[in-house]
Design a protein around this ligand. Structure first.
Ligand SMILES: NC(=O)c1ccc[n+]([C@@H]2O[C@H](COP(=O)([O-])OP(=O)(O)OC[C@H]3O[C@@H](n4cnc5c(N)ncnc54)[C@H](O)[C@@H]3O)[C@@H](O)[C@H]2O)c1
Length: 259
């Protein structure tokens, strides 16, 4: 029980890795806020956690909206008494060739993946600073943030931005004993990669499923990543075990990068 007594917000926790992290945090003793733009699905995750005897709360948030982000933190503190951990997991991606990338595509990815992460981190950090007992912020980056891809310019850039923001926030918050770190997953079996597969297939003239098959074939550990595969790192980076770790983004990708 590495997170006993802690309160955690996980954004984008209605699906995929956020859902898996919310489950694991509850199993480690945390009370978890399942924050998502899809409230009905977030409530389902809360019900699952409740059925496993954990304590959780669903909150409706669009991370792009500063007022709603502040309301998410206020609601957390009112219901659960404080805030110790923020996982910035909400994120989106779209596969588009460089020359076809529009302003709307760019804004869609940067508004959610980067600007939303900034609003959530500011609101959480202000609360953690006021409490005076430190805290942990964990950002979901990606192996895409460590390299370029011809069809993935905007998403890769947004995740490189997440890695950079992790470094700057870690330095800004170190004096408050708030650690800021990231996780860079690889090819994870979530609804996100189902969309990526469809978009790659259309662009490359391949049958659906084939892009995913090819991506998985290049993973040294020989299988697709499951959402649960990131939860060990997410617990480590949220627990006292990582008190002397900050500014880092940890690859959890089956050895896929560099590759
Ligand atoms: N799936 C992968 O292969 C992969 C690999 C590396 C990194 N990532 C990153 O990991 C994170 C989680 O990805 P996933 O695959 O679990 O995705 P997912 O699509 O399964 O879940 C994302 C969740 O974020 C929520 N969300 C989207 N926009 C939001 C907004 N504006 N405000 C609040 N919530 C919002 C969605 O409703 C959804 O529940 C993302 O940041 C993604 O970029 C994914």
């Amino acid at each position: 029980m590495k997170l006993q007594g802690k309160v955690a917000i996980v954004t984008g926790a209605a699906s995929g890795m956020g859902r898996a992290i919310a489950h694991r945090y509850a199993a480690e003793g945390a009370r978890v806020v399942v924050a998502d733009v899809n409230l009905a699905q977030a409530q389902k995750v809360v019900d699952e956690i409740g059925g496993e005897k954990g304590e959780a709360l669903a909150v409706d948030v669009d991370v792009r909206d500063q007022a709603r982000v502040q309301a998410m933190v206020d609601q957390t503190v009112a219901a659960l008494g404080g805030l110790d951990i923020l996982v910035n997991n909400a994120g989106v991606g779209k596969i588009i060739p460089f020359l076809d990338t529009t302003e709307a595509d760019w804004d869609f990815m940067f508004d959610i993946n980067c600007k939303g992460l900034l609003w959530c981190s500011q609101a959480a950090a202000r609360q953690m600073i006021a409490q005076g007992r430190g805290g942990k912020i964990v950002n979901l980056a990606s192996q895409a943030g460590r390299r370029g891809e011809a069809f993935v310019l905007a998403y890769c850039a947004s995740k490189a931005c997440v890695i950079s923001m992790t470094q700057s926030m870690a330095l800004a918050l170190a004096e408050h004993k708030i650690n800021v770190n990231g996780i860079a997953p690889g090819v994870v079996d979530t609804p996100f990669w189902d969309q990526v597969d469809k978009q790659f297939a259309a662009l490359m003239g391949l049958p659906e499923g084939e892009p995913k098959k090819r991506a998985v074939a290049s993973i040294p550990l020989g299988r697709i990543e499951q959402p649960e595969d990131v939860t060990g790192a997410a617990v480590f980076l949220a627990s006292a075990d990582s008190d002397y770790v900050t500014q880092q983004t940890l690859n959890v990708d089956g050895g896929n990068w560099p590759g």
